[in-house]
Design a protein around this ligand. Structure first.
Ligand code: F6P
Length: 360
């Protein structure tokens, strides 16, 4: 009997944890007598039948490696003439019984459409350092990115303290502020600017002045996508209609505003793609392995149209439609927690939390 054949692709921005997930899927498939075929460069590779072998020997030790051995792209087949038909033709040509697509909202959105409109035998694996997929509690890549960002923030604090400066760290997070939020909390930032709400410059300045009085320095963590007067929105957009955030200058503009309001010398740093590279943390290695293995399990049992999700420490299937319906942004509960921390540090009362308690 012919072996079951599973195609695997990685799409969208890379992140640590993709290689562990690829390895998990290949090892599970191999242990159950199936074989895997790697697809190069995300959905582009599926349109062009661009493949590479994925045997056990090809993935044996990649659990420790950042990036993706398959390569990636932000190609959307639905934006290319006959794109979906090319993808379906490749499935036929390669004799794929299943296709595992590892990616964020865009890659999984394509998988969802291919399933509902073309009955493609797809299974999704959630990946994004932004951690903004609502159907899963965590995505791999996030923990590794935050770990790098926290390290950067601590280094900035050291030099900020030596010079009695305020330091601003800009991190990624196009639609959601999870990386900035977790970095800010874990690195003891005095203020965190998120895309979920406009920056309150006066409130920020008051908190930073209090921090400077107490410590001689202050640390701000800001997401790349914050709303700030004077920050230009870049005009270029990708295949998925998303703004490409290049040269927007959030950190520089923010530090100018801080200097103006506080009178304290301020410096900015942007870690950019550094937070997407490097070896995955142990958490991301384990999560990647688990979701990759579960995706292979669904492939072998013919359960298509699902994304594998982390829920209450179990890896469970969630329909791709549900998984791609909404983005997970920083909610009020987290904003209250953050405000309580930064107000507490500044010796202020968090009025919003106090109000919420009175109302309850
Ligand atoms: O979507 C993930 C993400 O890391 C965003 O946070 C960031 O804005 C974007 O990718 C950067 O994309 P690129 O690698 O294409 O510059």
């Amino acid at each position: 009997m012919a072996k079951i054949r599973i195609g695997i692709l990685t799409g969208g921005g890379d992140c640590p944890g993709l290689n562990p997930a690829i390895r998990g899927a290949v090892l599970h498939a191999s242990a159950h007598g199936a074989e895997c075929i790697g697809v190069r460069g995300g959905w582009r590779g599926m349109m062009e039948a661009d493949t590479l072998p994925l045997r056990v020997g090809d993935v044996a030790d990649i659990v420790v490696k950042g990036g993706t051995i398959l390569g990636t792209s932000r190609t959307n087949p639905f934006k290319h003439e006959n794109g979906p038909a090319h993808v379906m033709a490749t499935i036929k040509k390669l004799k794929l019984d299943a296709l595992i697509a590892m990616g964020g909202e865009d890659t999984l959105g394509v998988a969802s459409k291919l399933f509902s409109e073309h009955q493609a035998p797809v299974i999704g694996v959630p990946k994004t350092m932004d951690n903004d997929l609502s159907a899963t509690e965590y995505t791999f890549g996030f923990d590794s990115a935050v770990t790098v960002a926290v390290d950067a923030a601590e280094r900035l604090r050291d030099t900020g303290r030596s010079h009695s400066r305020i330091m601003v760290l800009e991190v990624m997070g196009r639609h959601a502020g999870w990386v900035a939020l977790f970095t800010g909390i874990a690195a003891a930032a005095d203020y965190v600017c998120l895309p979920e709400r406009p920056v309150d410059v006066k409130d920020m300045a008051a908190k930073l002045k209090a921090a400077c009085k107490r410590n001689g320095t202050a640390l701000v963590v800001a997401s790349e996508a914050i709303t700030l007067p004077g920050v230009q929105h870049h005009k270029e957009i990708d295949d998925f209609g998303h703004e490409i955030l290049k040269e927007r200058g959030v950190a520089e503009r923010l530090s100018e505003a801080i200097h103006k309001e506080t009178g304290v010398e301020t410096r900015a740093a942007v870690i950019g793609h550094i937070q997407r590279g490097g070896p995955p943390t142990v958490f991301d290695r384990i999560l990647g392995t688990r979701v990759g293995m579960k995706a292979s399990e669904l492939a072998l049992s013919g359960q298509f149209g699902y994304m594998v999700a982390l829920k209450a420490d179990k890896i469970v299937p969630v329909s791709l439609k549900e998984a791609t319906a909404d983005l997970k942004t920083v909610n009020l509960e987290w904003l209250d927690l953050l405000d309580t921390i930064t107000s507490g540090l500044a010796g202020e009362t968090n009025r919003r939390v106090k109000g919420a308690r009175t109302a309850a």
